[in-house]
Design a protein around this ligand. Structure first.
Ligand code: DGT
Ligand code: CA
Ligand code: CA
Ligand code: ZN
Length: 580
C-alpha cells in the first residue's frame, strides 16, 4: 500500500470519528498521523518489518503503527470499516460537498438519517432541511448548487492522482519481458487538468499475435486491481480502489504509432485530422494511415510518420484540442512550448511562519536541489487567521529572517522576501504599504467572501491590483478542481487592467487549483499580461508539482518567453511591475 492510500484511510477514519462525536484528542491523533504519512519521504510499506522505524516518524505512536501494519496486511483499517458500517459506506462522499464538515454530516445523519449525496439531494427537494437549526435558505441553496457541481465532476480525477496511478501501472508493465514501450495516451497525455480514465498503450515483441495472451494475463494480474471489468484479446480494462478506470491496450509494434495518435485524442482533434486524411485520399484508423484506393499502409509505426504523411509537423499532445494546432502544424508555425527545465524560480510558497510545514531555509535548500536560482517566500497575511497569518509587525520580522537566509545561502540561490497578501472584501489589501514596500514579491489573492456579485468581485480584485506594491495576482479565480467553481468575476476586465498596470497573473500549479485554466491563460497572453507559474508549496515536497502547471501552460500554447520565472533572478525582478 502506498503512503497516499494509507494517509487517505487514516484521514477518513479521523473524519468518521469526528462525525461520531469521538474524543477530539483521538480525532487529532488520526489526523496528525495522516499528515505525517502524507509528507513522509520514505515509503512506509518498506518499514513494516521494522516497527521501531515506523515509530521514529513524528506523529506515529504505538497504536498508529499497529494500524499501519494492519492496513499493510489486510488492505483496510478495522476502525474505519466499523464506523462505516455504523453509518453508511457512502457517508464520506458527503464530506466532498462544499461547506459540509464532519459536524454538518453528523447533524444530517442524526436529524434526517441522510447518509449519501443522493439522500441529501432528496431531503433538500422534499424541504426536510428547512426546519434544521443553523440552516437558512441561503445555505440550503449553496448545498443544492454544491450537489449539482459534485454530480457534474464525479467520476473525474485530479491530474496528479491520474499520473501517480499511471506511473505505477507503467512500471509494472515494463517489468514484463518483451513489453518494451509502455506509455500513457488519452487526456493524461494531453495534460488535461482532470482525467476521466487512464488509457495506457504498450508494445514490444511480447505483443506479437501468438504471444500477446501471456501479456494480457500478466496485465490482468496487476495486484492493485479492485475490479476487473474486461479482458479481451489485446485489451484489459479494470478499476482501481479509488474508482479510477484504466484501459490497457497491447499493440503490435507496426501499428503502435497509429494507436498512440488515435487514443491520445482529443476526439475533435482526431475528427479534423481524419477529414484531412480523407481529402488526401487516405483513411486514418487506430491501426494505420492507409490509401483509400488499394488499402496499402502509408504510415503506422510512429506518430511522426503519420503526421508527416498528412503534411503536418508533429503536434505536441497538449495542443491536440482542435484549437488551430492543425493549421499551425501545416504552416510549420507551431510554437516552441515551454518546458519544465525552463523554470528558474518559484515565487509563491509558505513556511512554518503560517501554514507551511518547512522553514525558510528548508524551502531554499529544496529549491536549490531542484536547480532553481531563486524563490520567493510568500506567507499568508493576518486576515487568514486560521493559517496564523502575519500582521505588519510579524511580516517585517519575517522579511528580516528571509533576508538572513538569503545571505546564508551565499548566492547559491536567491531567497526573495514576499507575502501572499489577502484581498479584503472591499479590495483593500491586508497589510500596510510601508510593510509591503519592504518586499520584492507581493502576491495578492482572494481567500474569503467568494459569493460576492460579479460586479463587486471584479471591482474588488481590480482595486487590489491597483495597489502599487502588488506585483502578482495569485490564483485569480479561486477555483478548487472537482470541489468548488471559481468565483464570479469579469476576468477579461481584470486581465486587461493587470496588463495595463504590469501586474503579473499567476498560474497556480497546485493540482487542485491549476488556476488560471488553460483557456484563460491563453486570453491573458493575448491581452499582453505578464505570467508566472508557481507551486504555492506548503511543503518542500510540493515543489515538484510545478510539472502539472507546465502542462497547463503548454495547453495554452505558452513559450518560455511568455513566462517571467524562466528568467534569471535579477531579470525576473526587473520584469515585474516597477515598484513606486
Ligand atoms: P477522459 O478519459 O474523459 O479524461 O478523456 P480522453 O480524451 O482520455 O477520452 P477517452 O478515454 O474516452 O478516449 C481516449 C481517446 O481515444 C480520445 O481522446 C479519442 C479516442 N477515442 C476514444 N473513443 C473514440 C471514439 O468513439 N471516436 C473517436 N474519434 N475517438 C475516440
Ligand atoms: Ca481517458
Ligand atoms: Ca478510455
Ligand atoms: Zn492562496
Amino acid at each position: 500500500m502506498d503512503n497516499r492510500t494509507i494517509a487517505q484511510l487514516l484521514g477518513e477514519t479521523a473524519d468518521l470519528l469526528e462525525i461520531s462525536n469521538a474524543d477530539s484528542f483521538r480525532v487529532r491523533s488520526y489526523r496528525r498521523a495522516a499528515e505525517a504519512v502524507e509528507s513522509s519521504t520514505v515509503q512506509l510499506s518498506t518499514l513494516c518489518s521494522d516497527v521501531k522505524k515506523l515509530l521514529e516518524i513524528p506523529g506515529i505512536g504505538k497504536g498508529m503503527a499497529a494500524n499501519i501494519l494492519d492496513m499493510e496486511k489486510t488492505g483496510s483499517l478495522p476502525l474505519r470499516e466499523e464506523l462505516l458500517a455504523k453509518y453508511k459506506p457512502t457517508m464520506l462522499e458527503l464530506l466532498k460537498l462544499p461547506g459540509m464538515g464532519p459536524k454538518t454530516v453528523a447533524l444530517m445523519w442524526d436529524a434526517l438519517q441522510v447518509g449519501s449525496v443522493e439522500e441529501l439531494e432528496t431531503a433538500i427537494a422534499e424541504g426536510r432541511l428547512n426546519n434544521l437549526p443553523r440552516f437558512g435558505a441561503k445555505q440550503i441553496e449553496k448545498l443544492r448548487k454544491g450537489i449539482e457541481d459534485h454530480k457534474k465532476n464525479s467520476g473525474r480525477f485530479l491530474i496528479d492522482e491520474g499520473e501517480i496511478a499511471a506511473e505505477k501501472i507503467i512500471a509494472y508493465l515494463r517489468a514484463f519481458p518483451g513489453l518494451e514501450k509502455v506509455e500513457v495516451a488519452g487526456s493524461l497525455r494531453r495534460g488535461r487538468e482532470t482525467v476521466g480514465d487512464l488509457d495506457i498503450l504498450a508494445t514490444g515483441p511480447a505483443c506479437a499475435e501468438n504471444l500477446v495472451s501471456a501479456a494480457v494475463d500478466y496485465t490482468a494480474a496487476y495486484p492493485p486491481i479492485a475490479d476487473l471489468i474486461a479482458k479481451g484479446q489485446n485489451k484489459v480494462s479494470f478499476r482501481l480502489r479509488n474508482g479510477l478506470q484504466v484501459d490497457v491496450r497491447l499493440l503490435p509494434e507496426s501499428s503502435y504509432g497509429a494507436a498512440m495518435q488515435y487514443f491520445t485524442g482529443s476526439k475533435m482533434h482526431n475528427v479534423t485530422v481524419r477529414q484531412r486524411a480523407l481529402k488526401k485520399g487516405y483513411t486514418l484508423s487506430e491501426y494505420s494511415l492507409a490509401r483509400l484506393d488499394d488499402g496499402s499502409v502509408v504510415a503506422s509505426a510512429t506518430e511522426e510518420e503519420i503526421y508527416a504523411a498528412l503534411g503536418l509537423d508533429w503536434i505536441p499532445p497538449e495542443m491536440r484540442e482542435n484549437n488551430g494546432e492543425i493549421e499551425a502544424a501545416e504552416q510549420h508555425r507551431l510554437p516552441e512550448l515551454i518546458r519544465q527545465g525552463d523554470i528558474r524560480g518559484d515565487v509563491h510558497m509558505h513556511t512554518i511562519a503560517t501554514d507551511g510545514k518547512n522553514t525558510i531555509r528548508e524551502m531554499a535548500e529544496a529549491a536549490l536541489a531542484r536547480g532553481y536560482e531563486y524563490i520567493a517566500i510568500t506567507d499568508h497575511s493576518k486576515n487568514l487567521a486560521m493559517t496564523n497569518g502575519l500582521d505588519d509587525a510579524r511580516a517585517l520580522e519575517h522579511v528580516r529572517r528571509i533576508r538572513e537566509v538569503d545571505k546564508e545561502m551565499e548566492g547559491r540561490i536567491r531567497v526573495f522576501p514576499g507575502i501572499e497578501v489577502d484581498i479584503l472584501g472591499d479590495g483593500a489589501v491586508d497589510l500596510s504599504d510601508e510593510v509591503l514596500a519592504q518586499m520584492d514579491v507581493v502576491v495578492a489573492s482572494v481567500h474569503t467572501l467568494f459569493n460576492q456579485p460579479i460586479e463587486e468581485m471584479t471591482a474588488r480584485v481590480i482595486r487590489a491590483i491597483e495597489n502599487p506594491y502588488v506585483r502578482i495576482l495569485g490564483h485569480p479565480t479561486g477555483r478548487l478542481l472537482l470541489r468548488r467553481e471559481g468565483f464570479q468575476i469579469d476576468l477579461r476586465a481584470v486581465l486587461e487592467r493587470a496588463s495595463a498596470l504590469g501586474v503579473a497573473v499567476e498560474h497556480n500549479a497546485y493540482p487542485d487549483r491549476l488556476d488560471l485554466c488553460d483557456r484563460d491563460l491563453r486570453l491573458a497572453k493575448e491581452l499582453g499580461c505578464r505570467i508566472t507559474v508557481n507551486t504555492d508549496s506548503h511543503h518542500t515536497s510540493h515543489m515538484e508539482k510545478m510539472r502539472y502547471g507546465i502542462r497547463q501552460l503548454r495547453r495554452a500554447w505558452l513559450r518560455k518567453e511568455d513566462v517571467l520565472n524562466t528568467l534569471h533572478p535579477e531579470e525576473f525582478l526587473a520584469a515585474l511591475r516597477p515598484l513606486p
